[in-house]
Design a protein around this ligand. Structure first.
Ligand code: AMP
Length: 466
């Protein structure tokens, strides 16, 4: 199928062609005709499917082809304003900025004005822009309500409302804000709700908002993951940094988005990578909005090779041709794993997702595999695999079946370990059911040993650093 068959105007088709797209993605093929008809829509689509163009293109067309409402009468300052005609709510600042960029890209041959408002930056330039009048407003809920309070925005003429990544907005606690925004909209308008998942809360929101909606479900939540080659390396916490450096250097990873679970963890890793001679930039909620935008821009343009982010970057962010996502720490919410690795393998391109998993993260890995209904390939790096049973993968912990005649398993003789193993004999392999009640954790052992972290590294890694 080609875009010409979807009923889009020539100006939009030209913009799509300029963007380099020839064939609509499945979500676009379904949403565009339905939205053009004026139907409410409940769409199950995750990022990476092309959903932004899926709602932006028909939204632009509908605004362009329906007569604009009368301008809002002059206020005290005598300025006559254009009313906001389409409102797109997004959970994060980054996603909001990205969606507005798409609106400008696809709408560049139409005389419609757009703006984006989000928190963390000065509100005044946004106020000035709103005063000048915009047709399409992309916003995060909190900052939008700030503008409502300041009376810089009037939502009483909105014709189309889009809730993008609605599940994420609810996860982030925006449900009250969304309801407050809904109360400001006119009774009759078109509603488009996009969500990757459908919790009871989302269904309740959809029931209260949508009027006989068309349902579409493109690519089940996990299926986009199929294009992504996934693997797991087991590493103790103490070894993760070395494993990461090894992978970045040896696998010649040119650009990677690395996830940590905490903001502090992201900052620490950036610092460590700098010490290891690998420049990296952080992206998380404690950075100012300007710093976040600069980090993302540097990464997207290739100026920064490594972006270390918390889950704030896991959804919505679109980085073209990002080949690698690395989970330095795997997420404790399994769905977040899907969103994180979804930053690569986008729009049909292939991607690689590598996760470094320590003993205490095994249960998170198990939950992720349960969600994916798939076992992620295990790989080993010589000299880095944790030595203690509790840090080894579950499948390796399970003792082989024994008969009465068979001798008890003996401690494995290791020949492939670095010298640190010689400093302290490795504990015997203990089948799980016979394990002593309290076995020291690998990380604790490592930190109490006199040998330094550097000494743990194989010679070839040390040689690389010199
Ligand atoms: P989204 O799911 O909207 O975040 O889009 C994911 C990526 O797909 C973005 O990089 C878009 O530029 C790209 N994209 C959108 N539509 C198409 C298309 N029809 N063909 C190829 N790529 C597309």
């Amino acid at each position: 199928m080609s875009f010409d068959k979807l009923g889009l105007r020539a100006e939009l088709l030209r913009a799509v062609r300029d963007a380099g797209y020839t064939t609509p993605t499945p979500v676009q093929a379904q949403t565009i005709p339905l939205i053009l008809e004026g139907r409410d829509l409940l769409a199950g689509a995750q990022t990476g499917t092309g959903k932004t163009a899926g709602f932006t293109l028909p939204l632009l067309q509908r605004l362009h082809t329906t007569p604009a409402p009368k301008p809002i009468p002059a206020g005290r300052n005598g300025v006559v304003r254009r009313p906001v005609r389409a409102l797109i709510l997004a959970p994060t600042r980054e996603l909001a900025a990205q969606v507005e960029e798409s609106v400008r890209t696809y709408g560049k041959f139409l005389p419609l004005k757009s703006a984006v408002v989000f928190g963390g930056v000065n509100i005044r330039p946004q106020m000035m822009q709103l005063y000048r009048g915009v047709d399409i407003l992309v916003a995060t809920p909190g900052r939008l309500l700030d503008h409502v309070q300041q009376r810089t925005v009037d939502l009483s003429r909105v014709e189309i409302l889009v809730l993008d990544e609605a599940d994420r907005m609810l996860d982030m606690g925006f449900v009250q804000d969304i309801r407050r925004v809904l109360a400001l909209l006119p009774n009759k308008h078109q509603n488009l709700l996009f969500s990757a998942t459908f919790s009871e809360e989302i269904k309740a929101l959809a029931d209260s908002l949508l009027d006989s909606p068309a349902h579409i479900e493109v690519e089940r939540q996990n299926s986009a993951v199929e294009l992504i080659s996934q693997s797991v390396y087991f590493a103790s916490k103490a070894n993760k940094r070395d494993v990461l450096v090894h992978l970045l250097v040896e696998e010649k990873i040119e650009q990677a988005l690395i996830f940590t679970r905490t903001k502090h963890g992201a900052d620490k890793l950036v610092q460590q990578l700098h010490q290891d001679g690998i420049p990296a930039v952080p992206l998380h909620g404690n950075r100012s909005q300007v710093q976040r935008m600069n980090a993302l821009a540097d990464f997207k343009s290739g100026r920064a090779r490594i972006l270390v982010a918390t889950d704030i970057a896991a959804r919505g962010i679109d980085i073209n041709q990002l080949p690698f996502v690395i989970n330095y720490e795997i997420p404790n919410v399994p769905e977040d794993y899907v969103h994180r690795i979804g930053r690569t393998g986008r729009a049909g391109s292939e991607g690689t997702a590598i996760s470094l998993v320590s003993g205490d993260e095994m249960r998170f890995l198990a939950a992720i595999e349960k969600l994916l209904k798939q076992r992620i390939e295990r790989r080993e790096l010589m000299g880095f695999t944790p030595a203690f049973p509790q840090d080894r993968p579950v499948f390796e912990k399970v003792a082989p079946a024994r008969t009465r005649q068979q001798p008890k398993p003996q401690p494995a003789k290791r020949t492939d370990r670095p010298n640190r193993q010689a400093a302290k004999p490795e504990p015997a392999f203990v089948p799980r059911q016979n394990a002593p009640k309290r076995t020291p954790r690998y990380e604790e052992e490592v930190t109490t040993r006199p040998s330094s972290r550097k000494d743990n590294r194989p010679e070839w890694v040390k040689a690389k650093q010199r």
